[in-house]
Design a protein around this ligand. Structure first.
Ligand code: PHE
Length: 445
């Protein structure tokens, strides 16, 4: 029998906002977004990503927030509360997705931590390709993965307000400042124009009509906004009913998008100014970790400082995102078992760290986990959430109206959740699932 303890609430709305933005802003914005944009030829992908975010992801964000705040529980209990026993299974899939993503996300986060400390104390390597090869998998990667996971556990273990909120309100505003500062620096580099042109005005828009690219854009929109696995649902469950959800959702989405956009304004001019654009068009998972250090090395002392700030920002973004991933599992464990937060955090963190070991040892496994997570679990999760809120949850508009009043677009929102989101995502999954399966198989010849 579940034991319900007194539930924590965010101390302030700003605290919630920084935690939610902290969950959204992370490796997705500063690593995944630039590398996917490069892989798909620049601006065309940016446009698809914006369309997917506005019409598909933001309605789902609002849905997650309505379910979470309405039920005041983690995903399993919340879906059970509105939908009955069977919907709890979906909640369980969410928790499993959070666990899976946390386990490999921490490995990449470990690379960023190592890069930032190296920039600070040693400088960037002369041979970035060899360096990345050495540190991205094997014992080194494992050690940094465990370090990162342990730091996250420490913060989550300190509670929603004492750990998560307190950390986010300090580090997130700093992150914004530093990213903007880096974009200004990038703008001063001679020769960066080609980078802006590539990023902001593609010559070739044929990619827009490819379902594969659209699926990547949708996957990225969900990943970047932390949607489809209950992270925003869980954070909203600590909100009170006077909060205006549509306003919060808009600020979260806007901030997340701004950081991704500005991260592109940092990465592309730097890379093009240093004549490294060839490396980018052959972009893969590790591209940023190879190309950018090359650029930072060429830029001398200033490059080292800028490089340190860049990777330190990645560390901060990754930390606040990993916190939310672990929190989904911890909140559900506490809801279901009545364990103390610290014990739940300890067991979750250790289990996720162990589960991440294969990703730390073999980068192909990491790649496979990322593809399965984004293309199958998050898109599938978004689809199921839209169906749940559109068809099953009784009067989700009522929950949104609490703290916000009624809006003219409520019926439109419901219709988007009922029809537009499920149909679009089902179509994309139809394409993306077989592709993911073959990609994953190809990684292990
Ligand atoms: N949104 C995070 C990022 O952009 C990743 C994330 C995905 C976090 C899903 C929580 C849930 O890096």
């Amino acid at each position: 029998m579940a034991v319900h303890q007194e539930r924590e609430h965010w101390k302030s709305r700003f605290g919630f906002l920084m935690a939610a933005v902290g969950s959204a802003v992370g490796l997705g914005n500063m690593w995944r977004f630039p590398y996917l944009t490069a892989e798909h030829g620049g601006a065309a992908f940016v446009i698809l990503y914006i369309l997917m975010s506005v019409f598909i992801a933001i309605p789902v964000l609002l849905a997650e927030m309505a379910i979470g705040r309405g039920a005041s529980r983690g995903p399993i209990q919340a879906l059970g509360f509105y939908g009955g026993r069977w919907w709890k299974c979906l909640g369980a899939v969410f928790v499993a997705a959070g666990f899976l993503i946390a386990s490999y996300y921490s490995v990449i986060a470990g690379w960023t931590l190592r890069y930032s400390l190296e920039a600070l104390f040693i400088g960037f390597p002369n041979d970035p390709v060899a360096h990345f090869g050495e540190i991205s998998s094997g014992w080194d990667a494992l050690a940094w993965h465990l370090t990162f996971m342990a730091s996250t556990m420490w913060i989550v273990g300190n509670g929603v307000t004492g750990g998560i909120e307190r950390t986010s309100v300090i580090v997130m505003p700093l992150l914004f400042l530093v990213v903007c500062g880096l974009a200004v620096y990038a703008a001063t580099l001679p020769g960066g124009d080609a980078g802006y042109a590539y990023y902001l005005s593609a010559e070739d828009y044929t990619d827009i009509f490819s379902l594969d690219v659209l699926a990547d854009a949708a996957g990225q929109a969900f990943f970047s906004l932390s949607l489809g696995m209950g992270a925003m649902l869980t954070y909203a469950s600590y909100l009170d009913r006077t909060t205006n959800l549509p306003v919060q959702a808009t600020i979260i989405a806007f901030s997340d998008f701004s950081v991704a956009l500005v991260a592109g304004l940092v990465v592309f001019p730097i890379i093009f100014a240093l004549g490294l654009s060839q490396d980018v068009s052959e972009s893969t998972l590790g591209a940023l970790f190879i190309t950018l250090p090359k650029a930072f090395l060429d830029l001398g002392v200033v490059g080292r400082a800028v490089g340190f700030l860049f990777f330190a920002t990645l560390v901060v973004g990754a930390l606040t995102s990993l916190i939310s991933l672990i929190e989904v599992v911890v909140a559900s464990t506490v809801d279901l078992t009545g364990w103390k937060r610290r014990s739940a955090t300890l067991s979750t963190g250790i289990a996720a760290a162990v589960f991440g070991i294969p990703a730390a040892i073999n980068i192909s496994i990491l790649d496979a986990m990322d593809q399965v997570a984004t293309h199958v679990l998050l898109i599938g999760g978004g689809l199921a959430l839209a169906v749940f809120t559109g068809w099953v949850m009784p009067e989700p508009e009522r929950e949104i109206a609490a703290g916000a009043g009624s809006y003219w677009w409520f019926p439109l929102w419901r219709r988007i959740l009922r029809y537009a989101v499920p149909l679009t995502l089902a179509l994309l999954m139809f394409k993306a699932v077989p592709r993911t399966v073959s990609n994953v198989l190809a990684l292990f010849p």
